[in-house]
Design a protein around this ligand. Structure first.
Ligand code: 4AD
Ligand code: MG
Length: 430
């Protein structure tokens, strides 16, 4: 008999015979009746076994995560999870599970659960997060594809920094030094000159010393880059992508978001274009009037983002950051070169910075000066300067941290739950 996935059980006829297989999620044996909760990675269902069930003797061998196969008669039951229940006619064990399964139905600390991440991901909420992550990635790729963007991946082993030298992971590369990529952007600029509209999507590394709910040392970044993408076009692209991701997740997971994540769906549905926007200077004076002025260096930190976001109440852009605060490649505003053509998209409810991007410097002399100012060795970037030498035109783009996006969409406390196996300053395992 063919296996039915638990997800598909509600489409089966009442009274029909079904065959499922999965892992025991809970077992309650009360003398001559046993209630089994079975999970198969697509859902969870309850089955009822009785002494007439073939394999009834095996019930006492079942423990959390025993892999079983079960055949039975489908019963619709409004009160049951998923609206169905199975009256078991036959039960067999596929693979036993040791009785000391570490994740028991009780409170565990997140630290402990993180150390058991390889097992924790079997829990329905964790599995849901991974499924939603997959939806977000697919929706992003579909959206960019619909706009003519070509996926061209950037290397992970790189000879230089892209986002400053303080968060580089360094490694031996034969007789040389290599760094794990901080961003594919510089390569995107090269590929945009070959393909017009491009994006890369891949693992990105930052030796972040920050222990916050938003920082990973390894995260996945989606980075579109296109010829002629000025600040306005960049904003439009980000708005349309952001909305496409919300739509994609609502289409596929609305019920899950509400029931399992208790996400306030209004917070997602109010994200209509255009998003509010403000310059860095406007943000700064708004923060002063809210009682959270920037310090003398003008550092715009997580708390500032949060206070502003509370005030705005929905995702918004901050643009025109001071040029000095941004990376060497960021183009100055021709009207006021102390400001840069840069922008961040910030989300409320603790979401913080979800994207960062801007317009790139086109002038080779200015680029060289900015590298000198940042203490970068021009020779290391010779290929990048070449782009300016041979018909270099203006490109722009941004990077979106996929985990930050998933975290915000689902209202998850910590970004580490939005990636299968998180890497943070204090975690490299499992
Ligand atoms: O603002 P960032 O550093 O921008 C860049 O790297 C640009 N070169 C991107 C580009 O223009 N192509 O990073 C972009 C985004 C952030 O807004 C954030 O969502 C995410 O990447 N990010 C992190 N996510 C998790 N953990 C970290 N340590 C992150 N650092 C950045
Ligand atoms: Mg940034």
């Amino acid at each position: 008999m063919k296996r039915t996935r638990i997800l598909d059980l509600p489409t089966c006829k009442e009274g029909s015979e079904v065959q499922i297989s999965g892992w025991v999620d809970g077992v309650r044996a009360l003398g001559k009746i046993a209630f089994l909760s079975i999970r198969d990675g697509t859902g969870t269902v309850q089955a009822v076994a009785k002494p007439t069930t073939s394999g009834w003797d095996l019930v006492e061998e079942l423990s959390l995560e025993t892999a079983i196969s079960l055949r039975g008669i489908l019963k619709k039951d409004e009160r049951a999870l998923g609206g169905v229940e199975i009256k078991a006619t036959q039960l067999s064990i596929i693979a036993p599970s040791a009785p000391d399964y570490p994740i028991q139905p009780k409170e565990h600390s997140t630290g402990f659960l993180m150390s058991q991440r390889h097992l924790w991901i079997r829990r329905p909420l964790q599995a849901s997060l991974l499924r939603i992550r997959s939806t977000v990635i697919l929706a992003a790729q579909n959206h960019l594809d619909s706009l003519g963007y070509v996926r061209v991946d950037a290397p992970i082993l790189t000879p230089t920094s892209c986002e400053g030298t303080t968060t580089l992971f360094k490694l031996d590369y034969f007789e040389k030094t290599a760094y794990l990529t901080q961003s594919g952007q510089l390569y995107n600029e090269a590929t945009a000159h070959a393909l017009d509209r491009v994006y890369c999507f891949g693992p990105t590394f930052r030796a972040e010393k920050s222990k916050t709910r938003k920082h990973l040392t390894e995260f996945w970044m989606l980075e579109p880059e296109a010829v002629g993408l000025g600040l306005e076009e960049n904003i439009s692209l980000q708005e349309s992508l952001f909305c496409a991701l919300i739509d994609g997740v609502l289409d596929a997971h609305e019920e899950e978001l509400e029931r399992r994540f208790k996400r306030d769906l209004r917070a997602l549905k109010i994200c209509q274009r255009p998003f509010p926007r403000m310059t860095f200077a406007e943000a700064s004076s708004r923060l002063s009037s809210l009682g959270f002025p920037l310090d003398e260096e003008g550092d715009f930190g997580a708390q500032h983002e949060e206070e502003l976001a509370k005030d705005v109440g929905r995702p918004f852009f901050v643009h025109h950051f001071p040029a000095a605060a941004k990376a060497f490649y960021m183009a100055p505003d021709p009207l006021d070169p102390s400001l840069s053509l840069s922008l961040d998209l910030i989300a409320p409810d603790g979401g913080g910075e979800i994207t960062g991007g801007g317009v790139r410097i086109q002038d080779p002399n200015l680029l060289a000066r900015r590298m000198d100012e940042e203490g970068l060795n021009r020779d290391d970037f010779s290929w990048y300067t070449d782009l300016r030498k041979y018909g270099g035109v203006q490109t722009g783009g941004f990077g979106m941290g996929i985990e930050r996006m998933v975290r915000w969409l689902t209202g998850t406390h910590h970004v580490r739950e939005t990636i299968p196996f998180p890497r943070t300053i204090d975690r490299l395992s499992p």
